[in-house]
Design a binder for this molecule. Structure first.
Ligand code: NHR
Ligand code: GAR
Length: 214
């Protein structure tokens, strides 16, 4: 039996699309959005994947929304809940219910730039290297155990949009790869907030930005 995942989105769904296109050895049981207007919903439906909207605006509290979302997710009995551009913070109760089964991609090299507007934060800080992080979700936002990261250079004339696009291309490679490892049972919780990827190797290349004169 292939492992089942549910993907949570709020918008465009390009990470979701990259996951669907990767031909991973897992079943995407459903795509769930907190916004009915999320473009990713149509994309998923066009591929025959069940889609559900749990609109957070229809619930009086975060706890009520999280409870409804949790019920919806559990209806699909997934082994993993994959956040792909999902924009609502979870209560500690929700995180506890899915502990170890919630994974997210965040558009920065954590622990730098948690929260929102990460590319703006990176430009303001003047970092020369930026990127994305796949991590397990804990109650402390954007601080859960890191699984993998990918880095891109920040260029002299970058704008928020240019930098976001460069990071996004990395996200589309990194996230499916991590989910492949997960499906193969290669992610090992070592405790103390550390995850090991069994059978992975350290790439010996380095990214230096700016580079010395060509
Ligand atoms: N929930 C918990 N408890 N822990 C994490 O690590 C979470 C999480 C929920 C979402 C994704 C995260 C990201 O990758 C994520 C990680 C939304 C916000 C946020 O402030 C922050 C971080 C993330 C997602 N959301 C606003 C809120 O009030 C709404 C913003 C909006 O709608 O545009 O929920 O960055
Ligand atoms: C991605 O860059 C993702 O990392 C980021 O939003 C974008 C969603 O794009 N996620 C967050 O900022 C979470 N707070 P997508 O909908 O096309 O995958």
């Amino acid at each position: 039996m292939r492992a089942r995942i549910v993907i949570l989105i709020s918008g465009r769904g390009s990470n979701m699309a990259a996951i669907l296109a990767a031909g991973l050895p897992l079943q995407v049981a459903a795509v769930i959005s907190n916004l009915p207007e999320a473009d990713g919903l149509e994309l998923a439906a066009a591929q025959g994947i069940p889609t559900v909207v749990v609109d957070h605006r229809l619930y009086p509290t975060r706890a009520a929304f999280d409870a409804a979302l949790a019920e919806t997710i559990e209806g699909y009995a997934p082994q993993l809940v994959v956040l792909a551009g999902f924009m609502r913070l979870f209560t500690a109760e929700f995180v506890a219910r899915f502990r170890g089964r919630l994974i997210n991609i965040h558009p920065s090299l954590l622990p730098s730039f948690p929260g929102l507007h990460t590319h703006r934060q990176a430009l303001a800080a003047g970092v020369r290297i930026h990127g994305c992080t796949v991590h397990f979700v804990t109650e402390q936002v954007d601080h859960g155990p890191i699984v993998a990261q990918a880095a891109v250079p920040v260029l002299a004339d970058d704008t928020e949009a240019l930098l976001a696009a460069r990071v996004l291309r990395c996200e589309h490679v990194l996230y499916p790869r991590v989910l492949q490892w997960w499906a193969e049972g290669r992610l090992e919780d070592q405790g103390g907030g550390r995850i090991r990827v069994r059978g992975s190797f350290r790439s010996s290349g380095s990214l230096m930005t700016p580079e010395p004169d060509a």
